[in-house]
Design a protein. Sequence first.
Length: 90
Amino acid sequence: GACVAAASGRVGVARLRELLELRERTSEFTVMPARGLVLERVGYPPDAELRARNEITRARRGAHEVDTISEGAATAARDLARLADTPGIA
């Protein structure tokens, strides 16, 4: 919902950056419906790797991993800002 709000001009990219830096959930935006989304496949690792993958999945993330996720979100916000400056993109 936040990306739709930014693309439609209801909220600025600077506000999106602020929200990303807060690292807290907000109800400021409506969760968008999954219209047009299709689950194409579900993939599983080979049987020999299932146990290791299960342990990775159940492990808690450390602070350094959370920072990496935030960096990815910041990159997405920069990409959105570039799109907002592109003529013909609303």
